[in-house]
Ligand binder design. Structure first.
Ligand SMILES: *[C@@H]1O[C@H](CO)[C@@H](O)[C@H](O)[C@H]1NC(C)=O
Ligand SMILES: *[C@@H]1O[C@H](CO)[C@@H](O)[C@H](O)[C@H]1NC(C)=O
Ligand SMILES: *[C@@H]1O[C@H](CO)[C@@H](O)[C@H](O)[C@H]1NC(C)=O
Ligand SMILES: *[C@@H]1O[C@H](CO)[C@@H](O)[C@H](O)[C@H]1NC(C)=O
Length: 455
Protein backbone atom coordinates (compact mmCIF):
# COMPACT_ATOMS: atom_id res chain seq x y z
CA UNK A 1 0.00 0.00 0.00
CA UNK A 2 1.16 3.46 -0.89
CA UNK A 3 0.43 4.62 2.61
CA UNK A 4 2.87 2.10 4.07
CA UNK A 5 5.64 3.48 1.89
CA UNK A 6 4.91 7.00 2.91
CA UNK A 7 4.98 6.05 6.55
CA UNK A 8 8.32 4.34 6.16
CA UNK A 9 9.88 7.63 5.10
CA UNK A 10 9.43 8.67 8.66
CA UNK A 11 11.89 6.06 9.85
CA UNK A 12 15.04 7.74 8.63
CA UNK A 13 15.89 10.28 11.33
CA UNK A 14 14.81 8.03 14.14
CA UNK A 15 17.66 8.22 16.60
CA UNK A 16 18.18 11.93 16.12
CA UNK A 17 14.50 12.46 16.75
CA UNK A 18 14.63 10.38 19.89
CA UNK A 19 17.45 12.43 21.33
CA UNK A 20 15.65 15.67 20.66
CA UNK A 21 12.52 14.19 22.10
CA UNK A 22 14.12 13.26 25.36
CA UNK A 23 15.36 16.76 25.85
CA UNK A 24 11.97 18.27 25.09
CA UNK A 25 10.48 16.68 28.14
CA UNK A 26 7.82 19.29 28.69
CA UNK A 27 5.96 18.43 25.50
CA UNK A 28 6.22 14.69 25.94
CA UNK A 29 4.88 12.36 28.53
CA UNK A 30 7.16 10.49 30.88
CA UNK A 31 8.45 7.54 28.97
CA UNK A 32 9.11 4.45 30.99
CA UNK A 33 10.51 2.63 28.00
CA UNK A 34 12.60 5.34 26.41
CA UNK A 35 15.83 4.41 28.12
CA UNK A 36 15.39 0.74 27.33
CA UNK A 37 14.29 1.52 23.80
CA UNK A 38 17.55 3.27 22.96
CA UNK A 39 19.55 0.17 23.69
CA UNK A 40 17.27 -2.24 21.88
CA UNK A 41 17.96 -2.94 18.20
CA UNK A 42 14.98 -2.11 16.04
CA UNK A 43 13.49 -0.05 18.79
CA UNK A 44 13.98 3.09 16.75
CA UNK A 45 11.27 1.87 14.41
CA UNK A 46 8.62 1.74 17.02
CA UNK A 47 9.38 5.29 18.02
CA UNK A 48 8.32 6.60 14.62
CA UNK A 49 4.62 6.57 15.20
CA UNK A 50 2.50 8.42 17.62
CA UNK A 51 0.36 5.77 19.30
CA UNK A 52 -3.27 5.68 18.20
CA UNK A 53 -6.11 5.17 20.67
CA UNK A 54 -9.40 4.23 19.01
CA UNK A 55 -12.58 5.33 20.78
CA UNK A 56 -15.73 3.83 19.28
CA UNK A 57 -19.18 5.35 18.93
CA UNK A 58 -22.34 4.13 20.66
CA UNK A 59 -22.82 0.44 19.94
CA UNK A 60 -19.32 0.15 18.48
CA UNK A 61 -17.97 -2.28 21.06
CA UNK A 62 -19.15 -5.38 22.83
CA UNK A 63 -20.80 -5.49 26.21
CA UNK A 64 -21.04 -8.53 28.48
CA UNK A 65 -23.63 -9.28 31.13
CA UNK A 66 -24.40 -11.76 33.85
CA UNK A 67 -27.54 -12.25 35.83
CA UNK A 68 -27.62 -12.40 39.60
CA UNK A 69 -30.31 -13.30 42.11
CA UNK A 70 -31.95 -9.90 41.92
CA UNK A 71 -32.85 -10.45 38.28
CA UNK A 72 -36.58 -10.74 37.65
CA UNK A 73 -37.07 -12.18 34.19
CA UNK A 74 -40.28 -11.22 32.42
CA UNK A 75 -40.67 -14.75 31.04
CA UNK A 76 -39.36 -18.28 31.33
CA UNK A 77 -37.43 -17.72 28.11
CA UNK A 78 -35.61 -14.80 29.68
CA UNK A 79 -34.79 -16.90 32.71
CA UNK A 80 -32.96 -19.55 30.70
CA UNK A 81 -31.60 -17.63 27.72
CA UNK A 82 -28.77 -17.72 26.80
CA UNK A 83 -28.35 -21.42 27.40
CA UNK A 84 -24.61 -21.28 27.00
CA UNK A 85 -22.75 -18.88 29.23
CA UNK A 86 -19.07 -18.41 29.90
CA UNK A 87 -17.09 -18.63 33.08
CA UNK A 88 -18.71 -16.72 35.92
CA UNK A 89 -21.99 -16.71 33.96
CA UNK A 90 -20.92 -13.95 31.60
CA UNK A 91 -22.47 -13.79 28.16
CA UNK A 92 -22.55 -11.34 25.27
CA UNK A 93 -25.25 -8.74 25.77
CA UNK A 94 -24.26 -6.40 22.94
CA UNK A 95 -24.37 -7.46 20.26
CA UNK A 96 -25.93 -10.89 19.88
CA UNK A 97 -27.92 -11.36 16.65
CA UNK A 98 -30.29 -13.86 18.28
CA UNK A 99 -32.09 -10.95 19.95
CA UNK A 100 -33.72 -10.36 16.60
CA UNK A 101 -36.00 -13.30 17.42
CA UNK A 102 -39.15 -11.79 18.97
CA UNK A 103 -39.26 -13.34 22.48
CA UNK A 104 -35.55 -12.77 22.92
CA UNK A 105 -35.84 -9.11 21.98
CA UNK A 106 -37.77 -8.63 25.19
CA UNK A 107 -35.05 -10.31 27.29
CA UNK A 108 -32.43 -8.21 25.57
CA UNK A 109 -34.37 -5.00 26.16
CA UNK A 110 -34.94 -5.66 29.86
CA UNK A 111 -31.25 -6.37 30.39
CA UNK A 112 -30.09 -3.30 28.48
CA UNK A 113 -32.44 -1.00 30.36
CA UNK A 114 -30.94 1.57 32.70
CA UNK A 115 -32.76 3.50 35.35
CA UNK A 116 -32.19 6.90 36.83
CA UNK A 117 -31.91 6.76 40.61
CA UNK A 118 -33.10 10.18 41.79
CA UNK A 119 -31.72 9.73 45.32
CA UNK A 120 -28.25 8.93 44.08
CA UNK A 121 -28.61 11.34 41.15
CA UNK A 122 -27.07 8.74 38.87
CA UNK A 123 -27.91 6.00 36.42
CA UNK A 124 -27.68 2.31 37.17
CA UNK A 125 -28.25 -1.09 35.60
CA UNK A 126 -31.52 -3.00 35.87
CA UNK A 127 -31.77 -5.03 39.10
CA UNK A 128 -29.83 -8.27 38.95
CA UNK A 129 -27.98 -7.38 35.76
CA UNK A 130 -24.24 -6.88 35.96
CA UNK A 131 -22.42 -5.62 32.91
CA UNK A 132 -18.80 -5.21 31.93
CA UNK A 133 -16.60 -4.19 29.05
CA UNK A 134 -13.85 -6.70 28.56
CA UNK A 135 -10.44 -6.34 26.99
CA UNK A 136 -10.03 -2.65 27.73
CA UNK A 137 -6.96 -1.32 25.94
CA UNK A 138 -7.31 -3.72 23.05
CA UNK A 139 -9.21 -3.11 19.82
CA UNK A 140 -10.64 -6.63 19.92
CA UNK A 141 -14.14 -5.73 21.09
CA UNK A 142 -14.20 -2.77 18.70
CA UNK A 143 -14.09 -5.24 15.85
CA UNK A 144 -17.55 -6.71 15.42
CA UNK A 145 -17.60 -10.39 14.61
CA UNK A 146 -21.06 -10.41 13.11
CA UNK A 147 -22.45 -11.36 9.77
CA UNK A 148 -21.20 -8.58 7.49
CA UNK A 149 -24.61 -8.50 5.83
CA UNK A 150 -26.17 -7.30 9.04
CA UNK A 151 -26.62 -3.58 8.98
CA UNK A 152 -26.07 -3.55 12.72
CA UNK A 153 -22.41 -4.19 12.22
CA UNK A 154 -21.80 -0.74 10.88
CA UNK A 155 -20.58 1.00 14.02
CA UNK A 156 -17.63 -1.35 14.48
CA UNK A 157 -14.06 -0.41 13.65
CA UNK A 158 -12.86 -3.61 11.96
CA UNK A 159 -11.84 -2.01 8.71
CA UNK A 160 -10.29 1.04 10.28
CA UNK A 161 -8.22 -1.03 12.71
CA UNK A 162 -6.93 -3.32 9.99
CA UNK A 163 -6.19 -0.39 7.72
CA UNK A 164 -4.04 1.09 10.48
CA UNK A 165 -2.28 -2.27 10.84
CA UNK A 166 -1.55 -2.34 7.13
CA UNK A 167 -0.01 1.09 7.56
CA UNK A 168 2.38 -0.29 10.19
CA UNK A 169 0.48 0.08 13.43
CA UNK A 170 0.50 -2.91 15.73
CA UNK A 171 -2.07 -3.93 18.29
CA UNK A 172 -0.77 -3.47 21.83
CA UNK A 173 2.38 -1.71 20.68
CA UNK A 174 1.10 1.55 19.27
CA UNK A 175 -2.54 0.73 18.53
CA UNK A 176 -5.03 0.63 21.39
CA UNK A 177 -8.79 0.50 21.86
CA UNK A 178 -10.94 2.13 24.52
CA UNK A 179 -14.32 0.33 24.63
CA UNK A 180 -16.98 1.53 27.06
CA UNK A 181 -20.51 0.96 28.23
CA UNK A 182 -22.13 3.27 25.73
CA UNK A 183 -25.51 3.32 27.50
CA UNK A 184 -24.06 5.57 30.16
CA UNK A 185 -23.02 9.16 29.64
CA UNK A 186 -21.54 12.00 31.63
CA UNK A 187 -23.20 14.81 33.53
CA UNK A 188 -22.65 18.52 33.98
CA UNK A 189 -20.72 19.92 36.97
CA UNK A 190 -21.83 18.81 40.40
CA UNK A 191 -23.60 15.63 39.28
CA UNK A 192 -22.13 12.18 39.80
CA UNK A 193 -21.62 9.88 36.87
CA UNK A 194 -19.96 6.84 38.24
CA UNK A 195 -19.70 4.71 35.12
CA UNK A 196 -18.88 7.56 32.74
CA UNK A 197 -16.28 9.07 35.06
CA UNK A 198 -14.64 5.71 35.65
CA UNK A 199 -14.36 5.35 31.89
CA UNK A 200 -12.66 8.74 31.54
CA UNK A 201 -10.19 7.70 34.22
CA UNK A 202 -9.43 4.40 32.44
CA UNK A 203 -9.07 6.27 29.18
CA UNK A 204 -6.69 8.76 30.79
CA UNK A 205 -4.48 5.94 32.09
CA UNK A 206 -4.57 4.18 28.73
CA UNK A 207 -3.44 7.34 26.95
CA UNK A 208 -0.64 7.76 29.48
CA UNK A 209 0.59 4.22 29.10
CA UNK A 210 0.29 4.30 25.29
CA UNK A 211 2.37 7.45 25.34
CA UNK A 212 4.96 6.02 27.72
CA UNK A 213 5.24 2.82 25.69
CA UNK A 214 5.90 4.84 22.52
CA UNK A 215 9.01 6.53 23.78
CA UNK A 216 7.07 9.45 25.18
CA UNK A 217 5.24 10.34 22.01
CA UNK A 218 1.82 11.87 22.68
CA UNK A 219 -1.11 9.83 21.42
CA UNK A 220 -3.50 10.49 18.56
CA UNK A 221 -7.07 9.97 19.71
CA UNK A 222 -9.29 8.71 16.90
CA UNK A 223 -12.91 8.80 17.98
CA UNK A 224 -16.10 7.90 16.14
CA UNK A 225 -19.43 9.60 16.83
CA UNK A 226 -20.29 9.60 20.56
CA UNK A 227 -16.67 8.64 21.26
CA UNK A 228 -15.71 12.17 20.20
CA UNK A 229 -17.91 13.63 22.94
CA UNK A 230 -16.21 11.44 25.54
CA UNK A 231 -12.78 12.40 24.18
CA UNK A 232 -13.69 16.08 24.36
CA UNK A 233 -14.74 15.70 27.99
CA UNK A 234 -11.52 13.85 28.81
CA UNK A 235 -9.52 16.74 27.38
CA UNK A 236 -11.68 19.43 28.96
CA UNK A 237 -11.31 17.79 32.36
CA UNK A 238 -7.53 17.53 32.13
CA UNK A 239 -4.99 20.28 32.82
CA UNK A 240 -3.38 21.93 29.76
CA UNK A 241 0.01 20.43 30.65
CA UNK A 242 -1.49 16.94 30.63
CA UNK A 243 -3.05 17.55 27.24
CA UNK A 244 0.13 18.91 25.71
CA UNK A 245 2.23 16.04 27.04
CA UNK A 246 -0.13 13.18 26.20
CA UNK A 247 -2.31 14.05 23.21
CA UNK A 248 -0.86 15.09 19.87
CA UNK A 249 -4.19 15.47 18.14
CA UNK A 250 -7.86 14.59 18.43
CA UNK A 251 -9.26 13.16 15.20
CA UNK A 252 -13.04 12.88 15.27
CA UNK A 253 -15.09 10.92 12.78
CA UNK A 254 -18.76 11.95 12.37
CA UNK A 255 -18.99 13.38 15.88
CA UNK A 256 -22.39 14.94 16.67
CA UNK A 257 -21.16 17.97 18.61
CA UNK A 258 -24.68 19.32 18.91
CA UNK A 259 -26.65 16.06 18.89
CA UNK A 260 -28.99 15.07 16.08
CA UNK A 261 -32.65 15.49 15.19
CA UNK A 262 -32.86 11.77 14.47
CA UNK A 263 -32.45 11.22 18.20
CA UNK A 264 -35.86 12.82 18.74
CA UNK A 265 -37.29 10.20 16.41
CA UNK A 266 -35.55 7.52 18.49
CA UNK A 267 -37.13 8.90 21.66
CA UNK A 268 -40.58 9.25 20.15
CA UNK A 269 -40.79 6.14 18.03
CA UNK A 270 -37.79 3.90 18.66
CA UNK A 271 -34.98 3.17 16.26
CA UNK A 272 -34.70 -0.43 15.19
CA UNK A 273 -31.54 0.35 13.23
CA UNK A 274 -33.18 -0.74 10.01
CA UNK A 275 -34.13 -4.23 11.19
CA UNK A 276 -37.76 -4.51 10.08
CA UNK A 277 -39.11 -7.32 12.27
CA UNK A 278 -38.13 -5.94 15.67
CA UNK A 279 -40.95 -4.38 17.72
CA UNK A 280 -40.03 -0.68 17.79
CA UNK A 281 -41.93 0.16 20.99
CA UNK A 282 -40.00 -2.48 22.93
CA UNK A 283 -36.75 -1.10 21.65
CA UNK A 284 -37.96 2.45 22.14
CA UNK A 285 -38.61 2.01 25.84
CA UNK A 286 -35.17 0.53 26.34
CA UNK A 287 -33.45 3.20 24.23
CA UNK A 288 -35.14 5.95 26.18
CA UNK A 289 -33.44 4.78 29.36
CA UNK A 290 -29.91 5.16 28.00
CA UNK A 291 -28.34 8.29 29.39
CA UNK A 292 -26.14 8.63 26.31
CA UNK A 293 -29.26 8.98 24.17
CA UNK A 294 -30.29 12.05 26.16
CA UNK A 295 -26.80 13.39 25.54
CA UNK A 296 -27.35 13.03 21.79
CA UNK A 297 -30.57 15.06 21.61
CA UNK A 298 -30.22 18.26 19.54
CA UNK A 299 -28.69 21.05 21.59
CA UNK A 300 -29.97 24.64 21.80
CA UNK A 301 -26.57 26.13 21.02
CA UNK A 302 -26.51 24.41 17.63
CA UNK A 303 -30.20 24.23 16.68
CA UNK A 304 -31.48 27.43 18.33
CA UNK A 305 -35.22 27.94 18.05
CA UNK A 306 -35.71 26.14 14.75
CA UNK A 307 -38.78 23.93 14.92
CA UNK A 308 -37.57 20.35 14.84
CA UNK A 309 -40.75 18.49 15.69
CA UNK A 310 -44.40 19.39 15.34
CA UNK A 311 -47.26 17.45 16.92
CA UNK A 312 -50.75 18.16 15.73
CA UNK A 313 -52.21 16.14 18.57
CA UNK A 314 -50.55 18.44 21.08
CA UNK A 315 -50.86 21.52 18.91
CA UNK A 316 -47.22 22.24 19.68
CA UNK A 317 -43.94 22.70 17.96
CA UNK A 318 -40.66 21.87 19.62
CA UNK A 319 -37.23 23.36 19.13
CA UNK A 320 -34.08 22.20 20.89
CA UNK A 321 -35.03 24.67 23.62
CA UNK A 322 -38.25 22.77 24.27
CA UNK A 323 -36.70 19.39 25.01
CA UNK A 324 -38.21 18.94 28.46
CA UNK A 325 -41.67 19.65 27.06
CA UNK A 326 -40.97 17.21 24.26
CA UNK A 327 -39.89 14.47 26.68
CA UNK A 328 -43.06 15.05 28.69
CA UNK A 329 -45.34 14.96 25.66
CA UNK A 330 -43.88 11.73 24.30
CA UNK A 331 -44.69 10.18 27.67
CA UNK A 332 -41.17 10.01 29.06
CA UNK A 333 -41.54 12.05 32.22
CA UNK A 334 -38.70 10.05 33.87
CA UNK A 335 -36.27 11.62 31.45
CA UNK A 336 -37.20 15.21 32.18
CA UNK A 337 -35.28 15.79 35.39
CA UNK A 338 -32.03 14.03 34.40
CA UNK A 339 -32.12 15.88 31.10
CA UNK A 340 -32.70 19.25 32.75
CA UNK A 341 -30.22 18.86 35.59
CA UNK A 342 -27.49 16.65 34.15
CA UNK A 343 -27.47 16.80 30.37
CA UNK A 344 -28.46 20.36 29.54
CA UNK A 345 -25.57 21.97 31.47
CA UNK A 346 -23.19 19.43 29.94
CA UNK A 347 -24.12 20.19 26.35
CA UNK A 348 -24.53 23.93 26.83
CA UNK A 349 -20.87 24.39 27.75
CA UNK A 350 -19.01 22.83 24.87
CA UNK A 351 -15.38 23.55 25.74
CA UNK A 352 -12.73 23.67 23.04
CA UNK A 353 -10.54 20.55 22.97
CA UNK A 354 -7.29 22.38 23.77
CA UNK A 355 -5.31 20.07 21.49
CA UNK A 356 -5.12 20.26 17.68
CA UNK A 357 -8.37 18.94 16.23
CA UNK A 358 -9.20 17.30 12.92
CA UNK A 359 -12.87 16.63 12.24
CA UNK A 360 -13.91 14.35 9.42
CA UNK A 361 -17.51 14.96 8.45
CA UNK A 362 -19.69 13.22 5.90
CA UNK A 363 -22.07 15.43 3.94
CA UNK A 364 -24.68 15.20 1.23
CA UNK A 365 -26.54 12.26 2.76
CA UNK A 366 -30.25 12.74 3.51
CA UNK A 367 -30.57 13.40 7.22
CA UNK A 368 -33.70 13.87 9.33
CA UNK A 369 -34.15 17.60 9.81
CA UNK A 370 -37.71 17.87 11.09
CA UNK A 371 -40.67 15.64 11.90
CA UNK A 372 -44.40 16.15 11.82
CA UNK A 373 -46.59 13.96 14.00
CA UNK A 374 -50.29 13.75 13.21
CA UNK A 375 -53.54 13.74 15.15
CA UNK A 376 -52.65 10.57 17.03
CA UNK A 377 -49.50 12.08 18.49
CA UNK A 378 -46.27 10.26 19.15
CA UNK A 379 -47.69 6.76 19.29
CA UNK A 380 -47.77 6.62 15.54
CA UNK A 381 -44.92 7.01 13.09
CA UNK A 382 -44.43 10.61 11.97
CA UNK A 383 -46.66 11.49 9.04
CA UNK A 384 -43.99 13.65 7.50
CA UNK A 385 -40.21 13.52 7.68
CA UNK A 386 -38.20 16.37 6.18
CA UNK A 387 -34.62 15.64 5.22
CA UNK A 388 -31.67 17.98 5.02
CA UNK A 389 -27.89 17.87 4.76
CA UNK A 390 -25.71 15.72 6.99
CA UNK A 391 -24.23 12.24 7.17
CA UNK A 392 -27.55 10.39 7.27
CA UNK A 393 -27.59 10.35 11.07
CA UNK A 394 -26.13 13.67 12.20
CA UNK A 395 -27.20 17.05 10.79
CA UNK A 396 -24.55 19.18 9.13
CA UNK A 397 -25.19 21.98 11.65
CA UNK A 398 -24.20 19.64 14.46
CA UNK A 399 -21.18 18.21 12.66
CA UNK A 400 -19.58 21.59 12.03
CA UNK A 401 -21.38 24.27 14.11
CA UNK A 402 -19.22 24.17 17.25
CA UNK A 403 -16.04 23.71 15.23
CA UNK A 404 -16.59 27.14 13.70
CA UNK A 405 -16.77 28.66 17.17
CA UNK A 406 -13.59 26.88 18.26
CA UNK A 407 -11.70 28.01 15.19
CA UNK A 408 -12.20 31.62 16.32
CA UNK A 409 -10.01 30.88 19.31
CA UNK A 410 -6.40 31.73 18.41
CA UNK A 411 -4.95 28.89 20.47
CA UNK A 412 -7.15 26.20 18.95
CA UNK A 413 -5.88 24.45 15.80
CA UNK A 414 -8.84 23.11 13.82
CA UNK A 415 -9.00 21.21 10.56
CA UNK A 416 -12.24 20.09 8.94
CA UNK A 417 -12.21 17.44 6.24
CA UNK A 418 -15.48 17.13 4.35
CA UNK A 419 -16.25 13.80 2.76
CA UNK A 420 -19.14 14.07 0.29
CA UNK A 421 -21.59 11.15 0.32
CA UNK A 422 -19.88 9.41 3.23
CA UNK A 423 -22.46 8.28 5.75
CA UNK A 424 -22.21 8.28 9.52
CA UNK A 425 -20.91 4.74 9.72
CA UNK A 426 -19.49 4.73 6.20
CA UNK A 427 -16.81 6.88 7.84
CA UNK A 428 -15.41 3.64 9.27
CA UNK A 429 -15.45 1.62 6.09
CA UNK A 430 -15.60 3.74 2.91
CA UNK A 431 -12.36 3.74 0.98
CA UNK A 432 -12.28 7.53 0.64
CA UNK A 433 -12.73 7.99 4.37
CA UNK A 434 -10.08 5.44 5.33
CA UNK A 435 -7.61 7.04 2.93
CA UNK A 436 -8.18 10.40 4.57
CA UNK A 437 -7.77 9.02 8.07
CA UNK A 438 -4.49 7.36 7.11
CA UNK A 439 -3.34 10.52 5.34
CA UNK A 440 -3.97 12.54 8.48
CA UNK A 441 -2.21 10.14 10.81
CA UNK A 442 0.57 9.82 8.33
CA UNK A 443 1.11 13.55 8.15
CA UNK A 444 1.13 13.86 11.93
CA UNK A 445 3.84 11.21 12.12
CA UNK A 446 5.87 12.66 9.26
CA UNK A 447 5.48 16.17 10.57
CA UNK A 448 6.58 15.25 14.04
CA UNK A 449 9.65 13.47 12.77
CA UNK A 450 10.80 16.23 10.44
CA UNK A 451 10.00 18.88 13.00
CA UNK A 452 12.12 17.30 15.68
CA UNK A 453 14.82 16.35 13.22
CA UNK A 454 15.26 19.93 12.08
CA UNK A 455 15.04 21.39 15.56
C1 LIG B 1 -35.00 32.83 18.98
O1 LIG B 1 -35.43 33.15 20.29
C2 LIG B 1 -34.87 34.31 20.82
C3 LIG B 1 -35.34 34.47 22.25
O2 LIG B 1 -36.05 33.38 22.71
C4 LIG B 1 -35.25 35.50 19.94
O3 LIG B 1 -34.64 36.68 20.45
C5 LIG B 1 -34.79 35.25 18.52
O4 LIG B 1 -35.27 36.29 17.68
C6 LIG B 1 -35.32 33.94 18.03
N1 LIG B 1 -34.75 33.64 16.73
C7 LIG B 1 -35.46 33.25 15.71
C8 LIG B 1 -34.71 32.98 14.45
O5 LIG B 1 -36.65 33.08 15.79
C1 LIG C 1 -53.13 25.69 18.69
O1 LIG C 1 -52.28 26.69 19.22
C2 LIG C 1 -52.44 27.98 18.67
C3 LIG C 1 -51.38 28.88 19.29
O2 LIG C 1 -50.18 28.25 19.44
C4 LIG C 1 -53.85 28.46 18.91
O3 LIG C 1 -54.04 29.70 18.29
C5 LIG C 1 -54.87 27.45 18.41
O4 LIG C 1 -56.16 27.83 18.75
C6 LIG C 1 -54.59 26.07 18.94
N1 LIG C 1 -55.46 25.10 18.32
C7 LIG C 1 -56.04 24.13 19.02
C8 LIG C 1 -56.92 23.21 18.21
O5 LIG C 1 -55.90 24.00 20.20
C1 LIG D 1 -40.31 26.52 23.33
O1 LIG D 1 -39.32 27.41 23.78
C2 LIG D 1 -39.58 28.76 23.45
C3 LIG D 1 -38.35 29.58 23.85
O2 LIG D 1 -37.85 29.19 25.07
C4 LIG D 1 -40.86 29.20 24.15
O3 LIG D 1 -41.16 30.53 23.82
C5 LIG D 1 -42.00 28.27 23.72
O4 LIG D 1 -43.17 28.57 24.44
C6 LIG D 1 -41.66 26.82 23.95
N1 LIG D 1 -42.65 25.93 23.38
C7 LIG D 1 -43.11 24.87 24.01
C8 LIG D 1 -44.05 23.99 23.25
O5 LIG D 1 -42.75 24.55 25.13
C1 LIG E 1 3.11 20.09 12.16
O1 LIG E 1 4.00 20.70 13.08
C2 LIG E 1 3.78 22.08 13.28
C3 LIG E 1 4.86 22.59 14.19
O2 LIG E 1 4.92 21.85 15.36
C4 LIG E 1 2.38 22.28 13.83
O3 LIG E 1 2.11 23.64 13.98
C5 LIG E 1 1.35 21.65 12.92
O4 LIG E 1 0.06 21.76 13.49
C6 LIG E 1 1.68 20.20 12.67
N1 LIG E 1 0.77 19.59 11.72
C7 LIG E 1 0.21 18.42 11.97
C8 LIG E 1 -0.64 17.87 10.88
O5 LIG E 1 0.38 17.81 13.01
Amino acid sequence: MDVGRRLSLARVPAVAALMVMLSLSSSFCVSSSAARAVARPGAAEQLQRHPVVLIPGAGGNQLEARLTEGYEPSSLVCRVWPLVRGRGGWFRLWFDPSVLVAPLTRCFAERMTLSYDADADDYRNAPGVETRVSDFGSTSTLRGDLDPNLKLLTGYMNTLASTLEEAGYEEGRDLFGAPYDFRYGLAGPGHPSQVGSAYLQRLRLLVESACAASGGRPAILVAHSLGGLFALQLLARSPPQWRAAHVRRLVTLSTPWGGSVQEMLTFASGNTLGVPFVDPSLIRDEQRTAESNLWLLPTPSVFGNTTLVLSRAHNRSYSAKNMTQFLRDIGFEEGVEPYRARIRPLVEALPEPGVPLTCLVGTGVDTVESLVYGDRGFDEAPEKVVYGDGDGTVNLASLIGPIKAWSDSPAQVVEVVELPKVSHSGMLSDKSALEQIIRIIDSINLNATSYHHSS
